[in-house]
Write a protein that binds this ligand. Structure first.
Ligand code: AMP
Length: 407
């Protein structure tokens, strides 16, 4: 059970509220923010801190600078956009640690905001260097982690810092992520279904094994399915198969049979002569993939099968496309599954990799109960049931005791 304090548990009046946000936003060549949804998602927590008299310090990474300043990855444009969204001035610090930053923080008044420069301009951030973490902690009376997207990382600003601050907890976005995760996997309404697709078994095996312990039904689509085909001795043509994962796929199948989990794999396949929008394509039954063809989507019979499975569930977890949905010819399986999940009255939680892109292209964003904001973090939470940045916050002391036990 994940339990930690939330921002509502602390008295913020006049205190330096250090919020680790995820402002890793896309920028164009001219340095303009091209998608500000990550900034918008932080607003409830930032506004809460401001409204409650906090002196708000925001810290984030942007891109992957190699431990030194890279002007193109400055968070300055983010300060400009945030200022517009908050409708108030956002001060910008030229660094994230050091005496000049400390002076700016000291000068900060209740209800004012200061955004620090990119944390990853220092090598200590990703190395979880304790000295760097200590310097960050010098800026904080209350530490709030709101960066779900990096919660699977043991970095100085998500992990190391916590041991040096007196009061630490999570923000509203982080709380929502945990709440939905727990509603889906800790105490779900059943039947519980997981729909897992994507390219490789190797990147999802931990998740498959962990889900097998919890779900009633498991649907497998995408290229992953062909490694299962290979285990069953079915022809796969030129489809993507991970030879070294064939035994692992067999293990997953056997465990599903033994534990009574209903496992569904595609019963027909859209095959093509090559991985190209111009390639010739047709549908074949599952055991008849021709030698020189590759499977690039689930077929219409599988769509019907998966729709039926989806319609008889109370809780659905979805990660990974059913086919190469980026190409017009091979998007139908993924979009049909997205729409079926959207139509279902079950609690539906999706995330990881391209799943959110597929959902938005299928036009069902509003019909999914919750779309996780964290790619790798969502997948690691599915697999391990917790995340380093949450673990370190567990049982962390602070004023105004009231620990958040989600659900
Ligand atoms: P993942 O990051 O593992 O979720 O994989 C997502 C990628 O898997 C997408 O870019 C899809 O195009 C790709 N994919 C899904 N099905 C297939 C398939 N049958 N053959 C090749 N690639 C696929």
């Amino acid at each position: 059970m994940l339990s930690c304090k939330t921002i509502e548990d602390f008295d913020l009046r006049g205190r330096r509220v250090f919020i680790r946000v995820d402002y890793n936003v896309p920028l164009d060549e001219a340095g303009n923010v091209t998608d500000d949804s990550r900034i918008r998602r932080s607003l409830p927590t930032v506004n809460y801190a401001l409204d409650h008299g906090g002196r708000v310090i925001l810290a984030s990474h942007l891109g992957r600078p190699k431990g030194k300043p890279e002007p193109k990855l400055s968070l300055k444009p983010v300060a400009v956009r945030l200022s517009r969204l908050l409708n108030k001035e956002v001060k910008f610090a030229p660094d994230c640690i050091g005496s000049q930053v400390e002076e700016m923080v000291e000068a900060l008044q209740p209800g004012e905001v200061l955004l620090l420069e990119n944390l990853r301009f220092h090598p200590g951030e990703t190395k979880n260097d304790l000295q760097f973490a200590r310097e960050l902690a010098r800026l904080a009376d209350v530490y709030i982690n709101e960066a779900f997207g990096t919660a699977h990382r043991r970095h100085a600003s998500t992990y190391g810092i916590v041991q040096f601050v007196e009061a630490a907890g999570i923000g509203f976005l982080m709380r929502k992520e945990i709440e939905y995760f727990e509603r889906a996997l800790v105490d779900p309404r059943r039947p519980l279904l997981a729909v897992i697709g994507g390219a490789k078994v190797s990147t999802k095996i931990g998740i498959l094994e962990s889900l097998l312990e919890k779900v009633d039904k498991l649907v497998i689509g995408g290229a992953m399915a062909f490694t299962f085909y290979r285990y069953l001795g079915w022809p796969t043509g030129k489809s993507l198969v991970e030879e070294e994962m064939v035994d692992v796929a067999g293990r997953v199948m056997k465990r599903a049979w033994q534990s009574g989990v209903k496992l569904y794999i595609p019963v027909d396949v859209v095959v093509a002569s090559g991985l190209s929008p111009q390639a010739e394509s047709r549908t074949v039954p599952c055991q008849e993939i021709p030698r020189d063809w590759m499977g690039l989507d689930i077929g219409p019979a599988t769509i019907t099968l998966f729709e039926e499975v989806i319609s008889d569930t109370q809780t659905i977890i979805w990660n990974g496309p059913m086919g190469v949905f980026e190409m017009e010819k091979f998007k139908s399986g993924t979009f049909s599954v997205a729409r079926a999940i959207g139509r279902s009255s079950a609690l539906s939680i999706a995330g990881g990799g391209d799943t959110d892109v597929a959902i938005s292209r299928a036009g069902v964003t509003d019909q999914i109960s919750y779309i996780s904001t964290g790619g790798g973090a969502f997948l690691e939470l599915l697999e391990k049931g917790t995340l380093p940045a949450l673990e370190i916050l567990k049982g962390k002391g602070g004023s105004h005791e009231e620990t958040f036990h989600s659900r």
